[in-house]
Design a protein around this ligand. Structure first.
Ligand code: PLP
Length: 394
């Protein structure tokens, strides 16, 4: 039996069968390059679904995390720690948001945002104004409540009853949004400015601006889910910056910990004091090791770094658009959705890509690339060569 087969056999026997895994087990990595247990090399265009923002085992990040790990790995949220405070300060200074609640995941961040929005409305307007509007084709997480918030029917099976108080409206349809917001029971609008799992679908600038205006008019909170788009992924620290809006609540997770489980909810001026002691908590949230890593990542993502993300994204797009079967690319920065013609399936390109030594993703019918933001041009070319080969061979 190969190393891989041994791992696969144990995993199949003991790990819950909730993932359709590819027949690969990754052992180690550096930068955007990793190796499986039988020594085969891969270029990583996935970052563990947008998580390893600085790639595998970035030296500075490892040092920051290790230093904290060997100093104090955890203490409860009943005490102050420096990394938690410092990471929150950086997030606020860089976004204009006022306060941060740290969580462990994207879904948990969105739960915090939903709780805050409902309390804000209850305290100000009383009962009966608790509905959260989200967009068709959105994705907000896998808990019973964030599944209810997710605007895709495929997720609304088996687990009834879902949390009540969610309704959906089509993306990029300002008239439908206006109508939906006339419902006086709505307290918040939650949306991704680029829908990730929904197929890398950017919202129109006019729609996002109009959404902000309509929300302001009625004191409806604007929640932006940046779990996938946040922390440099699109060439800005947060994707809402592309749209020139000021959300009331921003959630993020994936790239924030650079590979450690960390998410957060950021509160703006109207929401910073809504949740108070006893309202909301989480045992691991703001863990010093994870936040020490986040602090390192946020410090690293200066203007030059973010320009580099945009530049690499452009380069990747320009090469992809010359490849066979490619109709075009959606997304921003290094969040890239590749539209393919009907002769090929994105899932087959991913499979073939693995054979050729590249790890890529799909999002609905598109090929999705989320390379580590630190990827080098040499790695980009090597990965793109493998994708090009897959597109030619298929
Ligand atoms: C991945 C994702 C989530 C869920 O994050 P988890 O960490 O898996 O809970 C929520 N919203 C968006 C936009 C995501 O991409």
């Amino acid at each position: 039996m190969s190393n891989f087969e041994k791992i696969q056999q144990t995993d199949k026997q003991y790990v819950a069968n909730t993932y359709g895994r590819f027949p690969v087990a990754i052992e180690k990595g550096k930068g955007a390059t990793c190796y499986d247990f039988d020594g085969k090399k891969y270029i990583d265009f996935s970052s563990g679904i947008g998580v390893n923002s600085l790639g595998f085992c970035d030296e500075g990040w490892v040092e920051a995390v290790t230093k904290q790990l060997t100093t104090l790995q955890h203490i409860s949220n009943l005490y102050y720690t420096s990394p938690c405070a410092e990471a929150a300060k950086l997030l606020c200074e860089r976004t204009g948001m006022k306060k941060v609640f740290f969580s462990n995941s994207g879904a948990e961040s969105n739960e915090g945002a939903i709780k805050c929005a409902r309390k804000y409305s209850l305290m100000k307007y009383g009962e009966g104004r608790s509905k959260i509007l989200t967009l068709n084709n959105s994705f907000h997480g896998r808990t019973v409540t964030t599944l209810a918030a997710t605007g895709q029917d495929v997720f609304h099976n088996f687990f009834f009853p879902f949390t009540e108080g969610f309704e959906f409206t089509p993306a990029n349809d300002p008239d439908a949004l206006k109508k939906a917001l006339e419902d006086s029971s709505v307290c918040a609008l939650m949306m991704e400015v680029i829908q990730g799992e929904g197929g890398v679908m950017p919202l129109d600038e006019a729609f996002v601006k109009e959404a902000e205006r309509l929300c302001r008019e009625k004191d409806i909170l604007l929640i932006i889910d940046e779990v996938q788009t946040g922390v440099g992924r699109t060439g800005k620290l947060f994707a809402f910056e592309h749209y020139g809006i000021s959300p009331d609540i921003v959630t993020t997770a994936k790239g924030l910990g650079g590979g450690l489980p960390l998410g957060c909810v950021m509160f703006g001026e109207r929401t910073e004091n809504v949740l108070v002691a006893g309202d909301h908590a989480t045992t691991f949230g703001g863990n010093p090791v994870a936040t020490a890593g986040a602090k390192y990542i946020l410090e690293k993502m200066d203007a030059a770094f973010l320009d580099g993300v945009a530049e690499k994204g452009e380069y990747i797009r320009s090469r992809l658009e010359k490849m066979p079967h490619v109709l075009g690319c959606d997304g921003k920065g290094m969040m890239i959705g590749v539209r393919l013609d009907s002769e090929v399936k994105a899932a087959d390109i991913v499979k073939k890509g693995i054979e050729n030594g590249v790890l890529a993703l799909t999002a609905k019918v598109k090929l999705r690339l989320l390379p580590p933001l630190t990827i080098t041009f040499a790695e980009i070319d090597e990965g793109l060569d493998a994708i090009e080969k897959a597109l030619e061979e298929i």
